[in-house]
Write a protein that binds this ligand. Structure first.
Ligand SMILES: Nc1nc2c(ncn2[C@@H]2O[C@H](COP(=O)(O)OP(=O)(O)O)[C@@H](O)[C@H]2O)c(=O)[nH]1
Ligand SMILES: [Mg+2]
Length: 333
């Protein structure tokens, strides 16, 4: 920035935004997260700065079917964490929405209790245009929150499908929320949530059927491979807050166990390797898009159409082109 005068956060460079956000400027923080969500060049710069800070947050993912009570639980968990004295960042992810609005608006309303608390920052994220998708955008957003001084980040995601499983993999502890409904535990299993759960919650335990759901879950846990952590099953009534302290206790216990056994380091390493892979794939796809608009692609495609070469050979040739990095642009000079 050349002008030292009053600049709106919209005009400021990522480094200036990061400094302002670390000073408690929530507008700057919101702007940073928008950049990350969009994933363009400024977003990449913001993510890189946050990465280089090396600051990591404690992270808890909360996933489960729509309506399971995730937002209500998050609202309660914020209260418990705040009582511990920790500042809290919340990311509410809606992978199905192209906009950060809609369902998230409902989430915001359910977390309204904390609207005036400066130690709490709640942000919704949608898919938008980030090249690496949510699997990259979410860890980047978490690191931004950590860097500006939020040591605990809760991530709410709708637990339906592979993307959500990937998002859940971005956190240290994953809490899977089910309800006391017939077959809910089975559905969670089918959605792949059994494998990612560190803690199970049967929320709406005030409704009939909690005991059966617990039995189903425990039976499925009996069948799955036993490591050194068996996911505990906690019953909660998020609306009244019953069981939420116990849930937080299990989350804390899990995080302590991760930290002592070296599992936290392993998890974080695996997560970064996955993130790197994801970024690499996104970058290569970007190169391919660039390439397919170019002359070299047209020439190779013509050879394929004329049956002079087969698509495999053509692809190999184009991959060499990508590796050269000139994207099939006409040779200079
Ligand atoms: N009966 C009952 N209703 C609950 C409980 N927790 C949440 N709800 C209600 O379930 C609905 C969905 O909650 P929400 O937190 O938005 O679910 P999300 O879609 O998983 O985030 C809301 O109407 C909540 O008031 C609970 O423990 N018992
Ligand atoms: Mg919600």
């Amino acid at each position: 920035m050349t002008s030292p005068g009053v600049t709106s956060s919209r005009d400021r460079a990522p480094a200036a935004l990061l400094a302002a956000a670390a000073d408690g400027d929530r507008v700057a923080l919101a702007r940073l997260l928008s950049l990350v969500e969009r994933g363009g060049e400024p977003g990449r710069e913001a993510a890189a700065l946050a990465y280089r800070s090396g600051v990591e947050a404690r992270t808890v993912g909360i996933t489960g079917a729509p309506g399971a009570g995730k937002s209500t639980l998050v609202d309660r968990l914020i209260t418990v964490a705040r009582a511990d004295g920790s500042e809290v960042g919340v990311l509410a992810i809606d992978p199905t929405s192209p906009f950060s609005g809609g369902a998230i608006l409902g989430d915001r309303v359910r977390m309204q209790d904390h609207a005036l608390d400066e130690g709490v920052y709640i942000r919704s994220m949608a898919t938008r245009g980030h090249l690496g998708g949510l699997a990259v955008a979410v860890p980047e957003a978490i690191r931004v929150l950590a860097t500006v001084g939020l040591p605990l980040v809760l991530v709410e995601t709708v637990g339906v499908g592979q993307v959500e499983v990937e998002v859940a993999a971005a956190t240290d502890t994953t809490v899977v929320v089910v309800n006391p409904r017939w077959g809910d535990a089975v559905q969670a299993n089918k959605a792949g949530l059994l494998e990612i759960a560190d803690v199970f919650v049967i929320n709406k335990a005030d409704m009939p059927g909690a005991a059966e759901t617990r039995r189903d879950l425990e039976a499925m846990l009996d069948l799955s491979a036993v490591g050194d952590w068996r996911p505990p099953v906690v019953e909660t009534e998020a609306v009244s807050g019953v069981g939420v302290e116990a849930l937080w206790g299990e989350v804390t216990r899990h995080q302590r166990q991760l930290a002592t056994g070296g599992a936290l380091e392993r998890r974080r390493r695996e997560r970064l390797e996955r993130e790197l892979r994801q970024v690499l794939v996104a970058r290569i796809e970007e190169e391919i898009r660039r390439l397919t608009g170019g002359r070299e692609f047209a020439a190779v495609a013509a050879d394929v159409v004329e049956h002079r070469i087969d698509p495999y050979e053509a692809a190999d040739r184009l991959i060499r082109e990508v590796a050269r990095g000139d994207g099939g642009a006409p040779p200079a000079g």
